[in-house]
Design a protein around this ligand. Structure first.
Ligand code: PMV
Length: 366
């Protein structure tokens, strides 16, 4: 896919100031992407559930640029305050997008963004944030130029753009579930953008729960970027990439047939494999904490004693995601309150569900 398009320029003085606004959710990988190459391309395919509650709300305001300049003219406001670090990161991102969207340096931008989850929840906001921004960009393209022929074409491009900002963000543009990475037997799958696999989900997964135990709300000590980089020298890397490919294929089968036991086995092994890869990197590092392990032991004991299909996964951090069907929501919520909150910082957890993907919102007054 080559989205390079030198003809997407505007006559700056003729552009009416305006804005677009999107809310886009985070996602949780069931089979993890860990290791990349080239321009944000994955070393292996991955599959995720799109979440609902954990989301970013982003408004992209644009106006004619007064003086032409080399860089892009952009300011980013997080929760109403100018954020210099995110401004710089987003300026660099827009700069990289210039071959695709040359008009980005002809306009001035003000981006206002906020997250539904608490700022210090230790939850990565890059998947929701970058996917919300990518949705704003394709929306802006269709306003300034031509409308996309259909939603699928628009979402492919949004996914491609989101990937360039943060790999896992490319899966957040679809509701339900998404696969990123070229996979045998999955038509249309690509390393460059994610594809929608919601129509392959067994009904039990349609409103699956993901409760996130906030074991620690601190910022993580090693970024995902550095973590992906360390996979290059990891002695298990090649075996891992093959395993993840096979597991993505198998996970798709399981998502279709609703075999919750196998789903859970794969899910938990993926979480532990991700963290084992971190521990076996050079230099070695650890993002899980003693309370992560205590909560894992409690979840396994609960499963043994009740027979309920409650399974966990982890992102690149210490917080434990608990995945389970709606049919066992009551006993699981009591279990969390009575036995797991003790392991959480400030006794906090976020209750989330599989969701429907990004939505356009009404723009509020500047
Ligand atoms: O998208 P990144 O570069 O933040 O990497 C995310 C990697 C994991 O969250 C650990 C796994 C995944 O596939 O989302």
């Amino acid at each position: 896919m080559d989205y390079t398009n030198p003809s997407l320029t505007v006559i700056s003085s003729q552009v009416q100031a305006g804005a677009v606004r999107w809310r886009s959710p985070s996602n949780i990988a069931l089979v993890k992407y860990w290791g990349k190459h080239g321009d944000q391309l994955p070393q292996n395919p991955s599959v995720s559930f799109t979440l609902s509650g954990a989301a970013s709300d982003t408004t992209l305001r644009y106006s004619a640029r007064k003086e032409a300049g080399e860089g892009v003219a952009l300011e980013l406001y997080l929760d109403g305050a100018l954020n210099p670090a995110f401004t710089e990161r987003t300026q660099k991102y827009f700069q990289r997008l210039l071959p695709i969207y040359p008009f980005l340096k002809q306009l001035s931008f003000r981006i206002e963004t906020s997250n539904s989850f608490p700022h210090s929840a230790g939850i990565a906001s890059s998947a929701s944030g970058m996917s919300a921004l990518a949705m704003c960009l394709v929306d802006l393209e269709s306003k300034l130029f031509e409308a996309f022929p259909d939603d699928a074409t628009m979402l492919h491009k949004a996914s491609y753009l989101a990937r360039l900002g943060s790999g896992s963000a490319c899966r957040s543009v679809y509701g339900g579930a998404a696969v990123w990475g070229k996979l045998n037997g999955l038509e249309g799958s690509s390393d460059e953008f994610a594809v929608d696999v919601a129509d392959r989900l067994h009904p039990t997964f349609a409103d699956y729960h993901d409760d996130i135990l906030l074991i620690s709300k601190s910022e993580k000590s090693v970024s995902s970027r550095a973590g992906h980089g360390l996979m290059d020298g990891n002695p298990y890397a090649e075996a891992r990439y093959g395993q993840a490919r096979r597991r993505t294929e198998e996970m798709l089968t399981v998502l279709k047939n609703g075999d919750l036991e196998r789903f859970g086995e794969l899910l938990e092994s993926e979480a532990l494999t991700l963290h084992a890869l971190m521990m076996s990197s050079h230099p070695s590092y650890m993002l899980i904490e003693p309370n992560t392990l205590k909560a894992i032991q409690a979840v396994r004991l609960f499963r043994e004693q009740t027979g309920h299909p409650l399974y966990f996964t982890l992102d690149a951090g210490p917080n434990l995601h608990l995945l389970y069907p709606d049919s066992i929501a009551d006993p699981v919520k009591s279990f969390i309150r009575e036995h797991l909150l003790y392991f959480c910082e400030d006794k906090m957890y976020l209750a989330d569900r599989v969701g429907k993907g990004p939505e356009a919102l009404e723009v509020s007054e500047a």
